[in-house]
Design a protein around this ligand. Structure first.
Ligand SMILES: [Ca+2]
Ligand SMILES: [Ca+2]
Ligand SMILES: [Ca+2]
Length: 435
């Protein structure tokens, strides 16, 4: 159908056109002039479109004719404007597909571009900046055997009071310990300056309590013990309002984000029946228990469901008697979202008495012994939702959430613990990045 109509247009245009062959093209446009692909042009700068986050990208279009012509702009296949020229502000860094569709019924012309959205500023910390956490914006652990204990919840404590307790525990180089509980539990931390992203260097370290097993019954195993990886997110305060806005967050892509099958223990975990998938859109909901159960019901203590069709119970154990559900949370159920990492825990005794939680290669919190280089993070590992590196100039806020959903027998759930954050540049610690 469309081809036939286009042909009729062409024939009528040709007949009209022949009447004006002796005149200039500008003067002789018949109505309607049928656009050819080369009749529309866009001012693409050398090197393509580059724009800073939160600043306007302006794209000018010139066309031989606008007669009966409509314009549509798409970014990553989503319609964003129906104007001839485009003005658009990008809120997130990364590379985007920009498409202009020019319609002159029944003709449709398409022009494709790339836009690179960057952060332009350079960050220099002020004199006297402290290397450690100075603010806690939010803290909500998931269900866990240390939840309500690290830090201690006392009857009536509010969210603000719990945040204060976390700051008093892990802020300002106190090096106490807080738990994030099972999958998804998180803490959001801030600083008195922007942590610089120095090119080619790691920039900060998240302190946890990971350690290696000293008597793994499996003699040929890679490093592991109590490695309970937390996924790290970072935010640059691009709009300078002093708070982490939802669109300012990027995730640090650690080793399993790149390729979980390269973890040294991967085949062991497969053989053990672990779920070794990495889910980028994982979501879990925990249901508050109505009361603390009698011992015979510890195995069905706190019900959970995820968005992959799995469900189960977080169990209570003999070592921790308090409620495992965060008691200052408003609702009787609580949901967490994020990237779920492969299950890294294996019972190496085969008798439920020696669980080893294996170490991911790099890029997570509470996954490596604090003194080692691979607790340190390069801000350049931050990626957007499409997995593209975004090269932030620095980081004002760091969020960590527990990255594995796994129960490990008497050891309990895999739960990330945090003891602090260190700005390596302020401390004068020099660690090269790694690929
Ligand atoms: Ca860096
Ligand atoms: Ca902000
Ligand atoms: Ca831990």
């Amino acid at each position: 159908m469309q081809i036939k109509k286009a042909f009729l247009y062409f024939v009528s245009f040709f007949l009209l056109g022949t009447l004006f062959t002796s005149c200039d093209k500008e003067d002789t446009l018949p109505t309607p002039y049928v656009l050819q692909k080369e009749d529309v042009s866009v001012n693409v700068p050398d090197g393509g479109f580059t724009v800073q986050c939160n600043q306007l990208l302006k794209v000018m279009v010139t066309s031989v004719s606008d007669e009966g012509v409509s314009y549509q702009w798409f970014i990553d296949n989503e319609l964003v404007a129906q104007t001839k020229n485009l003005e658009h502000m990008f809120e997130k860094g990364g590379e985007y597909d920009l498409t202009l569709v020019v319609n002159q019924f029944p003709i449709e012309l398409e022009y494709d571009f790339k836009v690179n959205v960057k952060f332009g500023e350079i960050v220099i910390p002020p004199e006297g900046a402290t290397a450690y956490i100075t603010k806690i914006f939010d803290y909500m652990p998931a269900v866990g055997q240390f939840t309500n204990k690290l830090p201690l919840y006392e009857n009536g404590d509010t969210q603000a009071q719990m945040n204060e307790k976390v700051l008093a525990t892990i802020g300002n180089n106190k090096k106490g310990m807080i738990t994030l509980g099972g999958f998804g539990g998180y803490v959001v931390m801030g600083f008195d300056h922007t942590i610089m992203n120095v090119a080619g260097k790691r920039d900060f370290r998240v302190l946890g309590n990971a350690f290696y097993a000293d008597a793994n019954p499996n003699p040929n195993a890679p490093e592991g013990g109590s490695c309970e990886p937390g996924v790290i997110m970072v935010a640059y305060d691009a709009n300078k309002n002093g708070i982490p806005d939802d669109n300012e967050w990027y995730e640090i892509a650690g080793s399993a984000h790149k390729d979980p099958t390269k973890e040294l223990w991967y085949s062991m975990a497969v053989a053990n029946g672990n779920d070794v998938n990495l889910y980028r859109d994982y979501e879990i909901t925990y249901y508050k228990p109505e009361s603390e159960p009698a011992k015979e019901n510890w195995g069905t203590y706190i019900r959970w469901e995820d968005n992959k069709g799995n469900s189960g119970y977080k169990v209570k154990n003999q070592f921790h008697n308090q409620c495992y559900y965060p008691l200052w949370a408003d609702n009787d159920k609580i949901s967490f979202k994020g990237t779920c990492l492969p299950q890294n825990g294996i019972d190496e005794s085969g008798m439920d008495n020696y669980f080893v939680l294996y170490k991911f290669d790099y890029g997570y919190a509470d996954n490596e012994v604090n003194s080692k280089d691979d607790t340190a993070i390069d801000i350049d590992w931050a990626v957007n939702d499409k997995g593209q590196r975004v090269h932030l100039p620095g980081v004002d806020f760091i969020k960590v959430y527990t990255g594995v959903n796994q129960e490990n027998g008497w050891l309990g759930e895999c739960s990330t613990e945090i003891m602090g954050v260190e700005d390596l540049h302020i401390l004068g610690v020099n660690i090269n990045t790694r690929q």
